[in-house]
Write a protein of this length. Structure first.
Length: 47
């Protein structure tokens, strides 16, 4: 991945944490998707 693309992703993640918006995270081991909040709380997403 390009250095600029990595930096853009990093900035976007930091921005969502500052704005206290959840971040969608995929866990490869459990094959589940979670919403991770700025306070560290995780909530499983069900389809």
């Amino acid at each position: 991945m390009d250095k600029r693309a990595k930096e853009a992703i990093s900035v976007a993640i930091k921005k969502r944490k500052v704005l206290e918006k959840p971040l969608a995270v995929y866990d490869k081991n459990s094959q589940k998707t979670y919403l991770e909040y700025a306070d560290g709380k995780k909530e499983e997403v069900r389809a």
